[in-house]
Structure formats: structure tokens, C-alpha cells
Design a protein around this ligand. Structure first.
Ligand code: HMG
Length: 391
């Protein structure tokens, strides 16, 4: 389905924290074989926000980069939504802190979207639907997916931690046109949740893997039914695929499930691996150096997937959020994809960030565990940055 005026991603900005931990150092600290993390989970490094950095810094960094590359002033933005599960307040949206720093106010819809890792994608879809409606009055939307993920120290999820932000301006499709129809799926499930007031998530690991695979299968099958093609043809023809990436091996497993359903492994048992190496793995190397940035994780992979694409090339973006829900979005590369200006953001951030020692990480975790159990998030932010909590 095509709209008369195509809409999509007009500008992209990326931001990661200035510290990281190499998973070899982490494996040494936790007395584990590093191959479990590097081969078993496919992870390499985790990006970490230390004491002086917050999700507001990440969101602002990404937003400023996206805005800097776009013609037109702030008065051309009529919609600001942040997808996150690292919100600072049960009432006030994270956009309050970000809009204050950006000096963005006036005729603007501004709010936070929460649905675990799916929140960034839902915010993007809402922005797209708003931009296509008369309500936008021709203005653009700014969407930010941001998270700072810490699991409880020594829990199975700890090696998959990460943090980062992806900002997208939704307007004319200079970087990528969004397909008007996305494909959603949802099922109530207790696979991953963080009760109010608790600092770290609870996880049912095996159930989370099962729900992710179920969501992927349902969304890809729905897309193929709607577009009258077999799953096998879709997998053969699509130029590149991006997935929510809690850890890269999860993505490989999900692609395996799709290939099995499409029965394309019958004649060639290596087919799933070949497809993974050709269409997915090249767009996962940023994720391997960032870790699970939750809402932002899919969009880092999409940003890498779009780099250097020729106009008209189509890619898929599969989003999953615990609780649980999934969404499949198709994107078509626009005229500015080939130059990939946003790639500089991560070249700069990767080259400037500091590698933590295992001991530094360990003492950060001891401090963080004490601070997180004693302070609500907004007070923590106020202490760190001198932000005022009240408007
Ligand atoms: P675990 O139970 O410690 O790991 O944690 P394991 O024992 O299952 O091992 C993992 C893999 O490493 C296995 O490979 C092992 O064989 C292999 P597999 O059999 O699965 O292919 N392995 C080794 N390989 C090489 N050398 C070795 C070695 N040892 C073992 N020496 C678990 C795994 C995923 C449970 C954990 O990381 C976790 O709890 N993660 C958090 C939950 C998660 O990421 N779920 C993913 C889907 S849900 C989702 O994506 C949503 C989420 O992002 C939240 C949101 O929506 O907000 C999480």
C-alpha cells in the first residue's frame, strides 16, 4: 500500500555512553569461560552509563545529532515521543527533561511510551501515523528510543547489558520510507518485568526466548500473507534484516525458526547460517559493541543496515518487547541512505570511549546496587546532574 505523500525517516542521530566493558574482562570477573558470552550469546562488549551519565544525556546526545543534520528549526517539530523502559517518574514523561534541555515547547505533543523493548517502535509508529494525518499540519516528529540496562549483578542477563539512544526525525523519507502497514502481534506473558520500585528486572529466560520466536514467526507470516508471497521467497529476496537484539545469538535462533517454517533448510542444512551471514550479521556489529540497549537495540541495527544502501532497497525491522508484543516494519532506502551521515556518530563515540577494568566495573556495581535500592530514579538524576524535578 502506498500513500500519496511518502513518509519515513528524514534524519538519524545515535549516541552511546562513554564507557564500556570488554566481555573477556567480565568473564574473568565472573569466573566464566569467555566463549559462553562470545560464542554462546554472540556478545563482545557492553556500553555502560556510569555515575555521571543518565538516559537524559543519551537521549539529548542522539536528538541533537539528528536535529543538527536536518534543515528547518525546532519550530518545525510538532511531536516528541520517547520510547523507554528507563523512565524517571511514574507520572512525568522522560520528554519533560529532554524538551527542557532542547528548549522545545509550545504547539507540541510530548510524551513517553512504555512497552519494554517495543516502546521505541511503538513511538515511531505513532509518530508516523500522526505525520500522515492532518493533525500534524505538515510538521515533523522527533522520536527517541533510549535505555540504560542493568540486570542484577551475577544474574544470567548481566552479560547482555548495554545502553544507548537512537533519535529519528519522521518526515520526508530521505533516509528510509516506512511501509504504511506494520504487522503487530501480542500475547500477555510474564517473561521479563520490573515491578514498581524495584531496581532490576525479573526474567524467565526460557519463556522470553520462546515468546520472542513466537512473535517473530507470527509477524513474518502475517506480512507474507498480506503481500501474497511465501516466507521462503521473502527470505530469499529481502536485502537485509534487522531484529531486536537482546544478544546476537537470539537473532540467529529466530532466523533459524523462520527458515525451518519456510522449509528452506530441507535441501541445504547450512541455508539458515548462510542467510544469517549474508543478510543479518553485517548489521549486528554495532549491537555486539553496545549490548542490549532495549528500545534502541533494533534501531541501532536498522541504522547500520541502512548505511550505503541504494535507493529502493528494502529491509525489514522486527521489534520485540517483553510482556509481550512484537511488530514488523518494512523500510525502503531513500536518497540519503548511501552517504550514511549518522555512521560518524558511532565512529566518534566508539573511538572516544574508555574501557573499564573488571575492578572498576565491580566497584561501580557495588555503588549502583546501594544507590538504586535507596533512591527513586528522578532523585538520582537530580543528584547527578542538578536537574530540577518539578517543572
Ligand atoms: P544462561 O542460562 O546463563 O545461558 O543465560 P545458557 O546456559 O543458556 O547458555 C547460553 C548459550 O551459550 C547456549 O547456547 C550454551 O550452549 C552456550 P544455545 O544452546 O542456546 O545455542 N554456551 C557456550 N558456548 C561456547 N562455549 C561455552 C559455552 N557455555 C555455554 N563455554 C539467557 C541465557 C538468555 C537466559 C540470559 O542471557 C538471560 O536471562 N537474558 C535476559 C533475557 C533475554 O535476553 N531474553 C531474550 C528474549 S526476550 C527479549 O528480547 C526482551 C528483552 O530485551 C527485554 C525487553 O523487552 O524489555 C530481554
Amino acid at each position: 500500500m502506498r500513500l500519496s505523500e511518502p513518509v519515513g525517516i528524514a534524519s538519524l542521530g545515535l549516541k552511546i555512553p562513554s564507557f564500556f566493558l570488554d566481555l573477556k574482562d567480565f568473564a574473568h570477573l565472573r569466573n566464566t569461560d569467555p566463549n559462553k558470552y562470545e560464542i554462546g550469546l554472540g556478545c563482545r562488549e557492553m556500553a555502560l552509563c556510569l555515575d555521571q551519565h543518565t538516559v537524559v544525556d543519551l537521549a539529548l546526545g542522539a536528538a541533537r545529532r539528528a536535529l543538527m543534520r536536518r534543515k528547518g528549526g525546532l519550530d518545525q517539530i510538532g511531536f516528541l515521543a520517547i520510547g523507554t523502559e528507563s523512565g524517571l517518574d511514574m507520572s512525568a514523561p522522560l520528554t519533560k527533561w529532554v524538551a527542557r534541555e532542547l528548549r522545545l515547547s509550545g504547539a507540541l505533543r510530548s510524551y513517553e511510551v512504555k512497552h519494554a523493548c517495543l516502546g521505541g517502535t511503538l513511538a515511531l509508529r505513532q509518530a508516523y501515523e500522526w505525520r500522515c494525518s492532518p493533525a500534524s499540519k505538515g510538521k515533523a516528529a522527533l522520536v527517541i528510543a533510549v535505555d540504560d540496562t542493568l540486570y542484577e549483578a551475577r544474574s544470567p542477563g548481566e552479560p547482555t547489558q548495554g545502553a544507548g539512544a537512537v533519535a529519528m526525525i519522521v518526515d520526508e523519507p530521505l533516509i528510509a520510507e516506512m511501509d504504511p502497514c506494520s504487522h503487530s502481534w501480542s500475547r500477555p506473558a510474564d517473561d521479563f518485568w520490573r515491578p514498581v520500585g524495584e531496581p532490576y528486572p525479573h526474567v524467565d529466560g526460557p519463556l522470553s526466548l520462546e515468546c520472542y520466536n513466537q512473535g517473530a514467526l507470527a509477524c513474518f507470516q502475517a506480512y507474507c500473507e498480506d503481500t501474497n508471497q511465501t516466507l521462503g521467497n521473502f527470505l530469499e529476496n529481502i536485502k537485509g534484516m534487522s531484529f531486536h537484539t537482546p544478544f546476537p545469538k537470539m537473532v540467529q535462533k529466530a532466523l533459524g525458526v523462520l527458515c525451518e517454517k519456510a522449509e528452506i533448510t530441507a535441501g541445504n542444512p547450512n541455508k539458515a547460517k548462510e542467510l544469517f551471514l549474508e543478510k543479518v550479521a553485517p548489521h549486528l556489529t554495532w549491537n555486539q559493541k553496545i549490548g542490549n540497549s532495549m528500545t534502541a537495540s533494533l534501531w541501532f541495527s536498522v541504522a547500520q543496515n541502512l548505511c550505503g544502501r541504494r535507493i529502493g532497497e528494502q529491509i525489514s525491522a522486527f521489534s520485540y518487547g517483553s510482556g509481550c508484543g512484537a511488530e514488523l516494519q518494512l523500510l525502503t532506502a531513500g536518497p540519503e541512505a548511501q552517504a550514511a551521515a549518522w555512521a560518524q556518530d558511532l565512529q566518534e563515540d566508539f573511538s572516544q570511549r574508555t574501557r573499564l577494568s573488571a575492578q572498576d566495573y565491580d566497584s561501580f556495581r557495588t555503588r549502583n546496587q546501594a544507590v538504586k535500592s535507596g533512591f527513586p530514579a528522578a532523585e538520582l538524576l537530580q543528584n547527578k546532574r542538578g536537574f530540577r524535578h518539578a517543572s
